[in-house]
Design a protein around this ligand. Structure first.
Ligand code: AMP
Length: 281
């Protein structure tokens, strides 16, 4: 496995594969890798000849009071894990390498679907994601790009961006990897105290309970209220509990497949999760 820190170095590493028309798979990450990230690499390995993983904590997707400075940076450990799952190239640029060369005047705003859920709570977040992913796509020029369903809204934003701008890339969504107790794996789980880590699985438990209740005929709005209550009782401060269609349209009835979304804080740690629920006739 090679590690490249410059755009030029990465191009030099990828050019032979490009000339040989090899299939290039790409997984953008912010590092501090866990099984969720590694599953994306495993999926890429199945479809692609060359697998590239980027590790870059992107400053422009963090709000002023968010955790950019404290975000865990564990490149050495990440590199070992990536080598084990068959990554070919790690691209780990500096902020200077990505943004330092000239002032950036271009912004990318994916409309409508970013004015909802995490987009409302984190103004500018998805613009920052859209810019960095576009830059990385142009640098890596992959055939396939892999994103986790854990960040369901982000995956929808990237799919929309790729479609709207005719980017010649196939975007693949990969299911959420969870700990045994159901907590969705996240680099931010490392911020949790032992006590909060015990409480954190309540998010998934409340989503699974909601699924059962919906299938038993309970009204969607009541089910959302139940989730909020369970989370608040467990000690969370709820950012949102919402239901959307798989295409992120609003939905106040369970008359088609829906996705339930939760964002909630425990202590200073903001956790997100979602559950796709099939409408069974
Ligand atoms: P991040 O490093 O948090 O930016 O995540 C990089 C990629 O890994 C994104 O596409 C995430 O959606 C994905 N990812 C993170 N956690 C999980 C998880 N628990 N299951 C599946 N994908 C995940």
């Amino acid at each position: 496995m090679k590690t490249e820190t410059s755009i030029q170095g990465l191009s030099a590493s990828l050019n032979p594969a490009r000339s040989a028309r090899k299939i290039i798979g790409f997984i953008p990450t912010m590092g501090n890798l866990h099984e969720g990230h590694l599953n994306l690499v495993r999926e890429a390995r199945k479809l692609c000849d060359v697998v590239v993983v980027s590790i870059f904590v992107n400053p422009i997707q963090f709000g002023p009071n968010e955790d950019f400075d404290n975000y865990p940076r564990t490149l050495e450990q990440d590199s070992h894990l990536l080598a084990e799952v068959g990554c070919d190239i790690v691209f780990a640029p500096s902020v200077e390498q990505m943004y330092g060369h000239h002032p950036r005047l271009t912004n990318i705003r994916v409309g409508e679907i970013t004015n909802d859920l995490c987009g409302l709570q984190r103004p500018g977040h998805f613009d920052g994601v859209a810019v960095v992913v576009t830059k990385l796509f142009n640098i890596v020029q992959p055939n396939y790009a892999f994103f986790g369903q854990k960040d369901y809204q982000q995956l929808a934003v990237i799919k929309q961006l790729v479609r709207d701008l005719n980017m010649p890339i196939e975007v693949i969504g990969v299911p959420i990897a969870r700990a045994e107790d159901g907590l969705a794996l996240s680099s931010r789980n490392g911020y949790l105290s032992a006590e909060h880590r015990q409480i954190a699985p309540v998010i998934y438990q409340s989503l699974k309970q909601a699924e059962q209740d919906l299938h038993a005929g309970k009204a969607l709005l009541d089910v959302l209220t139940e989730i909020r209550m369970q989370l608040t009782q467990a000690g969370f401060v709820v950012d949102y509990v919402e239901a959307r269609t798989p295409m992120l349209q609003k939905s106040d009835q369970f008359d088609q497949d829906i996705v339930l979304f939760v964002a909630a804080k425990i202590g200073n740690t903001r956790l997100i999760d979602n559950l796709q629920i099939k409408h069974i006739l």
